[in-house]
Design a binder for this molecule. Structure first.
Ligand code: FE
Length: 314
């Protein structure tokens, strides 16, 4: 079987190739050739795959290769900056320029999540979202989710070391509540910008029309879902890699009713703290105005990235 090669794969593959080529310009000549040769071989594997396993394996390797190119270029750039000041012993990763199949991997160490900085100032979303709400929301509430997530991770690490799980239920709840809080706020603050709004363009617009019929239908459904979240929570637009469709979900209290097999790409915070100073008990008006600061380019970037996650559909 051949996997509908010609249509949707061309763009992501071309984007990936361009990205790899750009990063590889900074690599030694020999390594550059090797990377691009590997890229072409994987592309052929995808194009001519007979077995699903071969096809998915090739995509995964291609994604790892792209990640490797970015991180390798970053390392090379850093090492040039370092050696301008002093002679630095190259790290193990720099020495091992053949480690293509094992992409550099930089997980957040246990208990070391950090508050992501905002891309704009606290008053940048005025008049739609006021400065004081943004300051409290980001500097205090999001920071608290980060602190409490770190605490829960360390407590669970401690429980594993001591093999004492008396409080595991409590710390698992803290882990879910604060983890969801940290990750969703990270998306929420990232997908807004001053002077944004309007309608989505490009691939995301096409997909919204495929899955909801029109942008108007999507916006109405999303707004209704947000308005009718019971108590605190979120409205989410997600890409479902299993169903290969966009979907709209409510996440009440954000650790409940959440599909765990999904990638949120748009997140609207409808906890009261996100709007009560300016819109006391007027959630609907807040939702309407929130759309005026949604940065669809950022959402589109998240969609493009999420779209590259490929799992066996069933
Ligand atoms: Fe919030």
């Amino acid at each position: 079987m051949q996997y509908d090669w010609l249509d949707w794969m061309k763009k992501p593959l071309n984007d990936m190739l361009q990205d790899c080529q750009q990063q590889a310009e900074f690599f030694p000549q020999e390594e550059q050739q090797e990377i691009l040769g590997r890229f072409r071989a994987l592309t052929r594997s995808i194009k001519y795959a007979i077995q699903p396993a071969t096809y998915y394996q090739a995509w995964e390797e291609l994604i790892a290769l792209q990640r490797y190119c970015r991180e390798r270029r970053e390392l090379l750039t850093l090492s040039i900056q370092d050696t301008e000041d002093s002679e630095v012993e190259p790290s193990a990763i720099e020495k091992d320029s053949t480690a293509i199949s094992v992409a550099p991997y930089r997980p957040v160490p246990i208990g070391q999540h950090k508050l992501p900085p905002l891309r704009y100032s606290y008053d940048a979303l005025e008049p739609y979202i006021d400065r004081e709400t943004m300051r409290i929301h980001h500097a205090e509430l999001h920071q608290k989710y980060v602190n409490d997530l770190n605490k829960a991770e360390k407590q669970l690490q401690n429980a594993r070391e001591k093999r004492n799980y008396d409080l595991v239920k409590h710390w698992e709840r803290e882990l879910a509540f604060n983890g969801a809080g940290h990750y969703l706020h990270t998306i929420f603050f990232d997908i807004m910008s001053p002077g944004a709004g309007g309608e989505p363009k490009g691939d995301l617009r096409d997909q919204i029309i495929r899955d909801f019929g029109s942008y108007r239908a999507f916006k109405e459904h999303f707004s209704q879902a947000a308005e009718k979240v019971e108590g605190g929570g979120w409205a989410l637009l997600i890409w479902s890699p299993r169903a290969q469709r966009l979907e709209i979900l409510q996440a009440e209290k954000h650790q409940n009713l959440s599909q765990q097999d999904q990638i949120p790409i748009l997140a609207l915070d409808v906890w009261e703290h996100a709007y009560y100073l300016k819109y006391p008990n007027k959630r609907k008006a807040y939702i309407e105005n929130w759309f005026k600061v949604v940065d669809w380019n950022r959402v589109n970037d998240r969609y493009d990235t999420a779209r590259r996650v490929l799992w066996q559909p069933y």
